[in-house]
Every structure is written in structure tokens, then in C-alpha cells.
Design a protein. Structure first.
Length: 324
């Protein structure tokens, strides 16, 4: 049957007249993409794939994971920011891309506050302060005493210049009143290799980066840089118990989409993600990677990102950290 111009226009007018809930039901209308801004196989990739599976089941469309790596997560987040504002592309963002690199890089391809719409906080990943056993210490207090007695002699490794593991070391350095030397690496894995060899003597990294070596005794955990103990290392004191309540450096991942995505589509993404993250099998799978699920409202994650930006800004300025 032929469709007249008048009939087509009437159809468009009828669509426009539909209430917001009806429009929301039309979303999503095709395969979706969840961008993970870190390499395949790592914890972020595991989190993203678990989330993609659960959201696909709840949204009724396939969700494909796309690993777009580079510049500490900036490349992947930029892809999300510049995607069509229809909600079919969304992705994970971490502290580096959302709160740190915007303050450290001379230029960055997006405005984190204007070009992105946070959907929900996904997970917090606890970090731990670990040391080379040859250092001959057993507590954080011992570490501080040794560092004060030998200023500049203890090196700490990080997963990269300007990342959360670098700033965690600077935060500990400031709170402890000690002088330790930063040695940046291209990722946590090479930092751990040198820590095992004693070429650096300490590091603050995501718990899973050193967990296997803590269990064999090849490395020694001293403190969770978190407000809580970890179920993976239940005998290791948290920051408050160790006497450093301000040394909190939980890594985290938020779910984001482009800022122009309609509110109804963002609400559906939030509902699908939050429901996925409340499932016991997902909670357990995240926990195995050191992740503590923490879903909530878009308003809550916006506030979290703002708080994190302000908190780390003080450390960046105090340590005079710059990236050319």
C-alpha cells in the first residue's frame, strides 16, 4: 500500500505526541556498544563484559564490548563523548579519564563536565600498599620510621604517571611526612615485576595486581588504602586502623554516555545497569576481581566524580605534578 506524504507527516506527528514512557520503550532499537577503555583480560574488561551481558538481557538488545585503549582511559572515554547522542554507545570511565587527566594534561579532547552524562557508579576497587620483604618491615609504622631515617632511599612504583596509583603514593607521602621517590611504569604488571626484584621497595596498586604474591609471601601487604578491610585480605588493616584515615585511594569505574542522550534513554540504561549489579552472581564475580559493586543514581555518581576531582586536585597541586 502506498504511503502518502500526508500520511507520513501524520505518523510523525503522532510519534511526537506520544508520552515520554512510550518513547522510552522505543529505546534501544539496535545493537549497543559498551566501551572499555582498557585492554582485554584485565579487571576493567571483566567488569565491562559482566555488565554488558546483564544489560543486554534487561534491554532486549545485544551489547557488544569494544576495548578502546590509550592515554590512561582517555581514548575510550573520548569515543563515548563523541558518539551519537542516542544512548546506543556507553562505556566505563575511571578516575584517570574523569578526574585526573583533565587536570594534568595541557589539552584533552573532551570536557568531562559537559560532554559526558554519568549513568551510575559501577564498582570500587580497593588498593593496597605492598612492600618488598627485603625491606625488613612489618607495619606501616615501620615503613614511616625507615623512610624518615633514610629520606629519598625508598622508591615506590606506580602504574603510570598521573594515574591513581601515582597520586596514592603522593597522598601517603604527604600524610606520613616522608620523602619517597616515584618510579612510573607502563601499567601495574611491570611495576610488580620490579617490586618483586626489590628495584622498587613499595607500591600502592589495585589489590588483584599483587594478591597472588601476597599469598605466596613474595610481597608483604601493609595497609588497605581504603576505609574498609578487603575480604580478599581480611587480616590487613584499613587506612583508619593503620593510622592514616586520609590515605584513601579506591579505584572506581562509572558508566557514562554522551551528554546529549535523552533523559528517558539514560534512565533505562541506569535501571538495566543497577539491576544487573544487584545480582549475587555478578557481585561475587566482581569481588573475585577486587571490585565492590556500588550502583546508584546518576545524581550520586555526578556528586562522587566532583568530590574525587576536588580531593585529588589538592594532591596534584601540592606535588606539582604535570604531564607535558
Amino acid at each position: 500500500m502506498a504511503i502518502t506524504r500526508r500520511g507520513a507527516l501524520a505518523g510523525i506527528a503522532g510519534l511526537a505526541a506520544l508520552p515520554a514512557p512510550a518513547l522510552a520503550q522505543a529505546f534501544p532499537s539496535r545493537t549497543m556498544t559498551l566501551v572499555v577503555p582498557f585492554p582485554a583480560g584485565g579487571p576493567a574488561d571483566v567488569f565491562g563484559r559482566l555488565l554488558a551481558k546483564g544489560m543486554s538481557e534487561r534491554l532486549g538488545q545485544s551489547v557488544v564490548v569494544d576495548n578502546k585503549t590509550g592515554v590512561a582511559g582517555v581514548t575510550g572515554v573520548d569515543f563515548v563523548a563523541k558518539s551519537a547522542p542516542d544512548g546506543h554507545v556507553f562505556g566505563l570511565g575511571s578516575p584517570s579519564a574523569l578526574t585526573l587527566m583533565p587536570q594534568l594534561l595541557a589539552t584533552i579532547p573532551y570536557d568531562a563536565g559537559k560532554d559526558l552524562a554519568p549513568i551510575t557508579l559501577v564498582t570500587r576497587v580497593q588498593e593496597v600498599l605492598g612492600v618488598y620483604p627485603g625491606l625488613g618491615i612489618n607495619t606501616v609504622a615501620d615503613l614511616v620510621t625507615k623512610a624518615k631515617a633514610e629520606p629519598g632511599k625508598i622508591n615506590y612504583g606506580s602504574a603510570g604517571l598521573g594515574g591513581i596509583t601515582h597520586l596514592a603514593g603522593e597522598l601517603f607521602k604527604r600524610e606520613a611526612g616522608i620523602e619517597i621517590v616515584h618510579v612510573p611504569y607502563r601499567g601495574a604488571a611491570p611495576a610488580v615485576v620490579d617490586l618483586l626484584a626489590g628495584r622498587v621497595q613499595m607500591a600502592i596498586l589495585d589489590i588483584t595486581a599483587m594478591l597472588a604474591h601476597f599469598r605466596t609471601g613474595a610481597l608483604k601487604p601493609l595497609m588497605m588504602t581504603s576505609a574498609k578491610r578487603s575480604p580478599l585480605l581480611p587480616d590487613v588493616p584499613n587506612a583508619v586502623e593503620a593510622g592514616f584515615p586520609k590515605v584513601i585511594s579506591d579505584n572506581w569505574y562509572a558508566l557514562l554516555t554522551a551528554s546529549g542522550v535523552p533523559a528517558a534513554a539514560r534512565a533505562r540504561l541506569n535501571a538495566a545497569a543497577v539491576d544487573t549489579l544487584k545480582q549475587k552472581d555478578v557481585i561475587d564475580a566482581f569481588a573475585a576481581q577486587g571490585g565492590i559493586v556500588d550502583p546508584g543514581t546518576s545524581e550520586a555518581v555526578v556528586a562522587h566524580i566532583a568530590e574525587e576531582r576536588a580531593r585529588w586536585s589538592a594532591i596534584i597541586k601540592a606535588a606539582n605534578i604535570k604531564i607535558d
